[in-house]
Design a protein around this ligand. Structure first.
Ligand code: PEP
Length: 253
């Protein structure tokens, strides 16, 4: 069965609730009737209720940019899986490179968060990708393999339908927010490495069904070249997802 693409917006630490509503009001008519792809918005946690409310009745999913691995507890400043679910969030990013880079998230933490998300039925979008130095040193493959095996530890024991809900986002760190996009060939080659690693862990059938998104300076003018690759199962879009017209153009590549 062909994998349905997921086009996701990572709004990072931008927008107020009012700005988020304005975005949704402008965006919904632009994608009305667009059923080919799944669409998800990942606003910061304080915006989740407003975005869920504004999207009510649409097919667009809403997710958190991060969750804590604990279900609840004394973790000042963090957001729990329960809190995300309680306000209508259905997805979560895990291990975004900005979390890895600025908040010291390791593969071990990513793995704990993944287990928490899966236990509570949030669709996890696990972000992986090499930094420029690793690519230049020829280490891309080993980094991606390490991130998959480390991030997915213990997931092999879970039910097949739970594992099937996992989405991976390959985001070469050198392409995030830099305007420097991976060529379709670079992205496809990396996705093949990731899919082969997933096959080793979960078998060929699971690997064939798992969605691997590309992220890193996806814009309206490069979306078609990237998204028309069979190996690329959607996009995680940062900067170009902040404006309704540019995100809609990417959705409708
Ligand atoms: C991201 O934040 O995941 C991302 C890919 O950002 P940008 O599209 O701005 O590179």
């Amino acid at each position: 069965m062909p994998r349905r693409k997921l086009i996701a917006a990572n709004w990072k630490m931008y927008k107020t609730p009012a700005e988020a509503r304005t975005f949704v009001d402008a965006f919904l008519p632009l994608v009305a009737g667009h059923t080919r792809d799944e669409i998800a918005l990942f606003p910061s946690p304080v915006l989740l209720p407003a975005v869920v409310e504004a999207l009510r009745g649409s097919q667009i999913a809403v997710g958190a940019q991060n969750i804590h691995f604990a279900e609840e507890g004394a973790y000042t400043g963090e957001t729990s899986v329960w809190q995300v679910r309680a306000v209508g969030g259905t997805h979560t990013l895990i291990g975004h490179s900005e979390r890895r880079q600025y908040f010291a998230e390791t593969d071990e933490i990513v793995n704990k968060k993944l287990h928490t998300a899966l236990k509570h039925g949030l669709v996890p979008v696990v972000c992986i990708g090499e930094v420029l130095g690793e690519r230049e040193a020829g280490k891309t493959e080993s980094v991606l393999r390490r991130q998959v095996t480390g991030g997915f530890a213990g997931v092999t024991g879970l039910a097949a339908e739970v594992v099937a809900s996992i989405v991976i986002a390959y985001e070469p760190v050198w392409a995030i927010g830099t305007g420097r996009t991976a060529t379709p060939q670079i992205a496809v080659d990396a996705h093949k490495i990731v899919r082969a690693e997933v096959a080793k862990l979960f078998g060929d059938a699971v690997a064939a069904g798992m969605r691997i998104l590309y992220g890193g300076s996806v814009k309206p003018d490069n979306a078609t070249a990237l998204m028309s690759q069979d190996e690329i199962d959607g996009a995680l879009v940062g900067g170009a997802s902040l404006k309704p017209d540019s995100f809609a153009a990417i959705v409708k590549y």
